[in-house]
Design a protein around this ligand. Structure first.
Ligand code: SAM
Length: 455
């Protein structure tokens, strides 16, 4: 395993003083494992009664739990079913500080692979609009896959430079999250490969990039709204330093007090000779709590005189495509949203979505299905928001049923019943579709999602 860079250790010893031995010892220890229950699919109580693992609550996230290293939740069918997201425990604090409300407009500016996006969506109960942006196209696609797997109805995934988004959403978001690319010192224990990329120059160049990303926020955030800036690194220049430089240029922003639970430490204005308000930011230290290193700042924009974003909902309602007739023979509960046809594909966008023409949109919302010549085929994405009671026909298996493993491998299954579309489910949670034709359930799990041996 790569050893920790000497220069990094020397720097941390200088910053931490008498706390340094405990810090160094924690980095030599093991990291904790966490999963966050996707409450858009299953309540915490219901999941705990189904869970095969002994889970322990994470203090700063009511839906987050530690699991043991020997458990393998990433390989369980419930993971495939989107019932949780495996996430580093300290990272689960970030969306809690964003604290989005149902119905708000939220931007996740650096969103892949989607840990915070999926958490924000759960906190909003799937209501409102989340624009999840990622500059790297390949990573934006992974983000979209996670949004699909967790059955999130109100997310649009874009692949844009932050500055371009401001042209489409001028000062319109209620909340913005900048979970910035950083030097990753807080992940040295969990991901030793990060150690090899470290250098003092890298931390400084990260700080310049972080500040450039933050410069796009004033064009996106509404007056009175707030944004959260977070990193998974210890370096003051990327944390308090970046916030201090941002505040110096933007007097209409101030640091909001971020509440601190047990073991969570305040930010350190003294490390960057910055304003006292930096002490309202928070630091997660691996020697103080069971999680990796994180920094979180909540910055609020002062109220202005601008009117709030106008609602376009009433105008749009009259243009809504009526798609009920094509889906009513499959679903007993038709999901809400703004139906949009793109070519032969039907999507449901979050109800209040503005015009996005010209933006690079990777995932326009919930994929409902495809219009074929004389029929309509339900999309895999749709199956991920459904429970057994939402559909006309279902094939529901317990999690250890051998048919389930065969379905996940892409095999057809014998079945008795009327011909048509069936939701295939585990304990009532939709996994995908199958079409029954003359006693055979034809497998419609997308090829890229079929599992060879995992489950
Ligand atoms: N929020 C994500 C999550 O919870 O899963 C993790 C985000 S990761 C810390 C930072 C992200 O910023 C990466 O996906 C990276 O591709 C992206 N990024 C890199 N350069 C960027 C830039 N100049 N502007 C915006 N995002 C950038």
């Amino acid at each position: 395993m790569l050893s920790l860079p000497q220069e990094f250790l020397h720097k941390m010893a200088g910053l931490l003083g008498e706390d340094y031995p405990a810090f160094a010892a924690s980095l030599a220890g093991t990291s904790c494992q966490g999963l966050r229950i996707n409450t858009l699919r299953v309540s915490v109580g219901d999941f705990l009664s189904l869970s095969p693992w002994d889970l322990t609550p994470i203090p700063w996230c009511s839906t987050g739990f530690y699991y043991r290293e020997s458990d393998r939740p990433g390989k369980h069918i419930y993971h495939f079913a989107g019932m949780y997201y495996i996430q580093e425990p300290s990272a689960m604090a970030v969306a809690e500080y964003v604290a989005p409300q149902p119905g708000e407009w939220v931007l996740d500016l650096a969103a892949a692979p989607g840990g915070k996006t999926t958490h924000l969506a759960a906190l909003m109960g799937g209501k409102g609009l989340i624009v999840a942006n990622e500059v790297h196209r390949g990573r934006a696609q992974v983000l979209a896959q996670n949004v699909e797997r967790l059955g999130i109805p109100n997310v649009i995934v874009t692949n844009e430079q932050p500055q371009r988004l401001a042209q489409y959403f001028p000062r319109q978001f209620d909340r913005v999250l900048v979970d910035a690319p950083c030097s990753g010192e807080g992940m040295f224990r969990k991901n030793p490969a990060a150690r090899g990329e470290w250098s003092p120059a890298h931390a400084f160049s990260c700080a310049e990039r972080q500040l450039r990303i933050l410069e796009s926020v004033p064009g996106l955030l509404r007056p009175g709204g707030w944004f959260v800036y977070s990193t998974c690194t210890f370096s003051p220049e990327e944390n308090e330093g970046v916030v201090s430089r941002f505040l110096a240029e933007h007097p209409d922003f101030y640091v909001e007090h971020a509440p601190r639970g047990s073991g969570v430490e305040p930010g350190r204005p003294d490390w960057v000779a910055g304003p006292e308000e930096l002490a309202r930011t928070v630091r997660f230290w691996p020697h103080r709590l069971a999680g990796e290193g994180h920094f979180i700042a909540v910055l609020r924009r002062r109220e202005g005189t601008e009117p709030r974003r106008p609602s376009s909902e009433a105008d749009r309602a009259k243009d809504y495509l009526d798609y009920r007739s094509v889906i009513e023979n499959i679903l007993s509960r038709v999901p809400q949203g703004r139906p949009v046809k793109v070519g032969h594909q039907l999507y449901l966008m979050p109800a209040d979505t503005p015009e996005l023409a010209g933006l690079k949109v990777i995932w326009p919302g919930l994929h409902v299905g495809t219009f074929k010549k004389d029929r309509f085929e339900p999309a895999h994405g749709l199956s991920r928001i459904l429970r057994a009671e939402d559909v006309r026909r279902v094939v529901d298996f317990p999690c250890d049923a051998p048919q389930l493993a065969r379905y996940l491998r892409g095999e057809a299954l014998p079945w008795d019943g009327p011909d048509g579309w069936y939701l295939v489910a585990v304990n009532g949670f939709g996994l995908g579709w199958a079409k029954l034709v003359k006693g055979v359930l034809k497998n419609h799990l997308p090829k890229g999602l079929r599992q060879t041996s995992q489950y």
